[in-house]
Unconditional design. Structure first.
Length: 507
């Protein structure tokens, strides 16, 4: 019976995730494409890997190897659409909703299926319409389920006055390993959670169980790490990975050029404050849910103090790791902070239910959950930055307009110059011929010099720029002619995209 209930709740989570992500994620089949630069960077690198290029050696991107492994799986489903990414996105979001529901039921064990649905719908609406959701398919979004399950295992142990099971500790270790090799700032969550768990078990006098948990965690961590290391060592790419993923992200991504010594020292504290402010703004309704949950479930005694400490031990190091760096780039950074939003949503719906009883109003039941979801989706459409792309067809987009031109030249090569991958490789179904296939958000002289050299030496057939032309960038492009200009909105701004074609002898 319990197994059947779990399957029903996961099926419900899957349906709700599918409904909301179909409308609000640009990976959805309803959109012409996902034009987000980060998602295209991941997808281009993953497709190149499938075609034999070695990550970090032949193709340079900033995230950890696991991100590209996941997008490579998506590319096996489809290279000409983001539908594979969408399938993975729906599954991971459904797992997050399911884990969040399980956390809620620790404190409300008799929670009806319809009430679980209400919590899932509210959480889905809050997250997918937030600015931090960005475009869909971020590392933060795909990691939420790992954080939610890890928190669930620890909360359940504390709630039942027990210990974390070894199998669960191993799974937490696997999640921590996946986090390390996806985006290492997420390890802040696991550092805090592990510290809390160790202190909790020591205070219980369960030292032998702590050692077993630590061993299980280590095994899980190694299980997640082994495939990554095998890939890197077999391809001789470990050194390149260490430089690109760790060194560049730690020392080049947080820019310090031109800053005084005082500013360099103050920068981490300033960025922490900026990050906290960004979380409040970009997480929108999620911020309200989290604040409401903190008040109802912790301050009013709905949660045992130890469980409250578990949450704080997870949140604070995660926030510190996420916002400590010297450059705050995008609203999606804050999305990782919503992993415990279901607790707040449950508290809010419970409050609404209590108020409804006092005023003798009918509380919506299972038959009205679908209506609730539909209404929230309609409300969310003007709130989301993504849904404006629903108004466009493929033929309206610069990526596909340029792809038609590029396709006329057999075996054509392409360079996305001066900005992050805008989806032109994807639309044209081309793999980059250059290791630095776009301009990443790092101050790397080698990257800029190589891209400039390829244009000046006429080594690619087509070059795409965004905003500034090659003239404005001061590059000798005498071997190219401007062929097309197309303007299109991206993240609340209109950009002019320029397509340059290499001039052949006789042209």
């Amino acid at each position: 019976m319990k197994k059947r209930s779990g399957l029903l709740r996961f099926a419900l989570a899957l349906l709700i995730a599918l409904a909301f992500l179909s409308v609000f994620s640009k990976n959805s089949f309803l959109y012409p494409m996902n034009d987000w630069v980060d998602a295209n960077c991941f997808f281009t690198a993953a497709r190149s890997m499938l075609d034999g290029k070695v990550l970090y050696l032949d193709i340079c991107e900033q995230k950890g190897p696991v991100v590209y492994f996941v997008f490579a799986l998506a590319a096996l489903v489809s290279r000409t659409s983001f539908i594979g990414v969408f399938f993975i996105e729906v599954l991971s979001f459904a797992a997050f909703l399911y884990a969040g529901d399980a956390c809620v039921r620790l404190y409300r064990p008799k929670l009806a299926l319809s009430s679980s649905a209400g919590v899932m719908v509210l959480v889905s609406f809050a997250i997918t319409t937030a600015l931090s959701f960005s475009h869909g398919g971020s590392v933060e979004e795909l990691s939420l389920f790992m954080l939610a399950f890890s928190l669930l295992f620890v909360l359940r142990a504390v709630k039942t006055n027990a210990e974390v099971k070894n199998a669960e500790a191993a799974l937490i270790g696997m999640f921590a390993g996946a986090a390390l090799w996806s985006k290492f700032t997420i390890l802040g969550f696991y550092l805090g959670l592990c510290v809390f768990t160790a202190v909790y078990m020591i205070r219980r006098g369960a030292l032998s169980l702590l050692v077993k948990n630590a061993a299980a965690f280590s095994l899980g961590f190694c299980a997640a790490t082994a495939p990554v290391l095998i890939y890197l060592f077999l391809n001789g790419a470990f050194g390149a990975m260490a430089e690109t993923y760790f060194y560049n992200n730690i020392f080049l991504y947080p820019s310090r050029v031109g800053e005084s010594t005082v500013l360099k020292l103050l920068s981490p504290a300033v960025n922490m404050l900026k990050g906290a402010a960004a979380s409040l703004v970009t997480n929108g309704l999620c911020t309200v849910l989290l604040a409401f949950g903190a008040y109802r479930l912790i301050r009013r005694g709905k949660t045992h103090p130890n469980e409250a400490l578990a949450v704080w031990f997870s949140v604070v190091p995660l926030a510190a790791a996420s916002f400590f760096g010297g450059k705050l780039f995008a609203p999606y950074y804050a999305l990782i902070m919503v992993f415990c939003a279901p607790l707040g949503a449950a508290a809010m719906l419970n409050h609404i239910k209590e108020r409804a009883k006092k005023t003798r109003r009918a509380v919506p039941r299972a038959s009205r959950v679908v209506l609730m979801a539909a209404v929230l989706i309609l409300i969310g459409m003007p709130l989301s930055r993504n849904t404006r792309l629903l108004l466009y067809k493929k033929t309206d987009m610069p990526q596909y307009r340029f792809a038609e031109v590029i396709a006329k030249r057999e075996g054509a090569t392409l360079l996305n110059y001066g900005f992050l991958d805008g989806g032109f490789y994807f639309a044209a179904q081309k793999n980059p011929s250059c290791k630095y296939f776009c301009e990443l958000n790092i101050e790397l002289d080698e990257m800029l010099a190589e891209q400039r050299r390829m244009i000046e030496m006429r080594e690619v057939d087509f070059v795409v720029t965004r905003g500034n032309t090659l003239d404005e960038r001061g590059i000798d492009h005498s071997g190219y002619r401007l062929l097309r200009v197309s303007s299109f909105p991206f993240e609340s701004r209109y950009f002019a995209y320029h397509l340059y074609e290499r001039i052949e002898n006789g042209d």
